[in-house]
Design a protein around this ligand. Sequence first.
Ligand code: 13P
Length: 251
Amino acid sequence: MKKLIAGNWKMNGTLESARALATGIVEALHADRDVLERCDFVLCPPFLHLVAVRAIVDGAASPITLGAQDCAATPDGAHTGDISAAMLKDFGCGYVILGHSERRQNHGETNQTIAAKARLAHENGLCVILCVGEKEDERAAGGELDVVENQLVQSLPPTANPENTVVAYEPVWAIGTGKTATPDDVRAMHRFLRRKLGECLAHPDKVRILYGGSVKPDNAAELFRVENVDGALIGGASLKVDQYMAIAHGA
Ligand code: 13P
């Protein structure tokens, strides 16, 4: 399967820098048809920058799909400040990131909330990038498999299938820290996730499992060589055209 190269821009940038970044990536991809044979591309800007980025990446032949960084856990109505899955689909998003550790930590999101969001995303035709990952102390105590299993099993709604679900393993201690899980750790966790997916849905071998957490040009190729690593969810390095493209070349 093609590798998925997903950029999570988080809460960074201005309208102008978002336009420049999207333009740079589109131009780089047009100049490099080879990488399109091997990778699919998703960009997840902040909500307010989606309109500007859509204008740049749009078009039937575009190799880039737009994604959002969250959606509401309810379909519509009196929810000040929320954006629904239906709105994202209507707008033209194909993906939504759910369950990111920053939302679990900063917004108290539980597996149950994430499952409700994921179900709505699925019902509205979005593909969910479901994030799971243990904290440093949980790994130190040998609990990483249990933590990740609970997150996966409890956050995946019954609507999940390989077409509408991507799993991203993001160890919390590797996010934005420059520390990356070793290839052996990634291999063990991704194999485990593949096995657990088999208990949750049909055709688990067709679900893309991404690695995220300090993915950079200099470690991408090694990570992509690990079995069951089907792409990357990239934070900091997705904000620089050359780094994002270099990571894609690692595939
Ligand atoms: P960094 O690549 O900045 O570590 O962020 C990873 C991440 O959280 C992507 O969702």
